[in-house]
Design a protein around this ligand. Structure first.
Ligand code: DQA
Length: 141
């Protein structure tokens, strides 16, 4: 089973960026953990990070017919991007949405997620572990 893991803007700044909210571990460490968990679950994984909405739309489109599942943390685009929602709808690949923080207990504007409209499951507030849960969800099928 092939899973594409997509991380959106500013997640490459993990460790530096608001460590009280997102933790002290850096992005490389997140990617290492994801690869290890995927290995344990016998999943083939590809990792992609971008700060650009259009690049995220492009990678979702290119996943069509190639990947069996998507794990996405759209970061700030969660709350704004109809384009990412539409791309996920277009390819119809089962998607799990992940957020490191609990978007429901922060500012009002973070409570709405476009991606939740298409995601099979949304995991938030579990830090890095949320990605493991998302991979486990895909592995169950
Ligand atoms: C985030 C939550 C978003 O509101 C925020 O813009 C992010 C990260 C999270 O992982 O908790 O960049 O998706």
């Amino acid at each position: 089973m092939k899973i594409l893991v997509i991380n959106g803007p500013n997640l490459n700044m993990l460790g530096i960026r608001e460590p009280d909210i997102y933790g002290k571990q850096d992005f490389a460490s997140l990617e290492r953990s994801i690869r290890e968990w995927a290995n344990e679950l016998f999943l083939e994984v590809a990792l992609f990070q971008s700060n650009h909405e259009g690049e995220i739309v492009d990678i979702i489109q290119s996943a069509y017919g190639v990947f069996d599942g998507i794990v996405i943390n759209p970061a700030a685009y969660t709350h704004t991007s109809v384009a990412i929602l539409d791309a996920l709808k277009a390819v119809g690949i089962p998607t799990v949405e992940v957020h490191l923080s609990d978007i429901n207990t922060r500012e009002e504007f973070r409570k709405h997620s476009y991606v939740s409209m298409v995601a099979k499951k949304t995991i938030c507030g579990m830090g890095f572990d949320g990605y493991r849960k998302a991979l486990e969800f895909h592995a169950q099928k």
